[in-house]
Design a protein around this ligand. Structure first.
Ligand code: ADE
Ligand code: ZN
Ligand code: ZN
Length: 271
């Protein structure tokens, strides 16, 4: 009986480890939405509330994961969640990395234009807003802006605390969960560590700049730590404290995403 139970635990581990990675997990997107909602000015707050049909922060937090939920039903949106900037390259190159606008950088720019265009029907602008709230989060997940012929780490098999998963999923989920389990509480804690100097530094640039920053973090702080040790088939055993050690880096990215999303919405709805 014990042998049979043990076998089941192993099988369950394999099944859950095989679940496909989508984006920052739901928790990461909710944290970003909480941070951004608290930094909207009056005009943006009113417009977001109207387009999403409910008060903040709840409506923003709820729609923050919508783009992942519809991804299977709208397969052509799947590539909008990331940009594969090749490791070792000099950075984002639209002709190489974003053909036909099928990447997170082009989609952020497109959704920015759509939400700001008051001649468009409200449902069109509302959908663009739902995508935008999600994609500004995704572009800050370092492995959503880097690729080492491994689909942003999705093909790097790892074992973390006895669980089989992959490097991408560890950054979508485990590293964020190491920050705490309540997105509202984590967001409040992260907001307290954002200084006005941080805000001033972060409120600039374009989606391309943010992707290049993510790419730099993926290069230096994620892939470089495994240099020559990211086997494709045999799993890489991560140190048990990997998620906890990397959590401050994820926290910084979530803070940047929240500040920049609010900045972008405040500008889109100004006037
Ligand atoms: N699929 C292919 N590349 C990816 C990436 N960098 N992030 C997420 N999914 C991907
Ligand atoms: Zn996503
Ligand atoms: Zn992801």
């Amino acid at each position: 009986m014990r042998v049979v139970m043990g076998l089941w635990i192993v099988l369950l581990g394999l099944v859950s480890g095989a679940a496909p990675a989508l984006a920052w997990g739901a928790e990461g997107h909710r944290i970003v939405a909480f941070i951004a909602a608290s930094q909207l000015d009056g005009r943006a707050r009113a417009e977001v509330t109207r387009l999403l049909g409910g008060p903040l922060p709840g409506s923003m937090v709820r729609v923050s994961t919508w783009a992942d939920e519809i991804r299977r039903d709208r397969p052509r949106t799947a590539a909008w969640h990331y940009v594969d900037i090749p490791l070792g390259s000099a950075g984002y190159d639209a002709a190489r990395d974003c053909r036909h606008g099928n990447c997170v950088v082009a989609q952020i720019e497109r959704d920015q234009r759509l939400i700001a265009d008051r001649t468009l029907a409200a449902p069109v602008r509302a959908e663009a807003l739902r995508f935008l709230i999600h994609f500004v989060g995704d572009v800050h997940q370092p492995l959503h802006a880097a690729n080492d012929d491994d689909r942003g780490g999705n093909e790097v098999h790892v074992v973390l605390n006895g669980r089989r998963t992959n490097l991408h999923a560890v950054w979508d989920d485990a590293v964020v969960r190491a920050l705490g389990h309540s997105p509202a509480h984590v967001a409040r804690r992260l907001e307290r560590q954002i200084t006005s100097a941080d805000r001033a530094r972060w409120r600039r640039g374009t989606a391309m700049d943010w992707a290049n920053q993510s790419f730099g973090i993926a290069t230096r702080d994620i892939y470089a730590r495994f240099r020559g040790r990211t086997p494709r088939y045999a799993p890489l055993i991560l140190p048990p404290n990997y998620a906890r050690d990397e959590a401050p880096l994820a926290a910084r990215q979530l803070e940047r995403a929240g500040v920049r999303l609010a900045w972008l919405l405040n500008r889109a709805f100004a006037r």
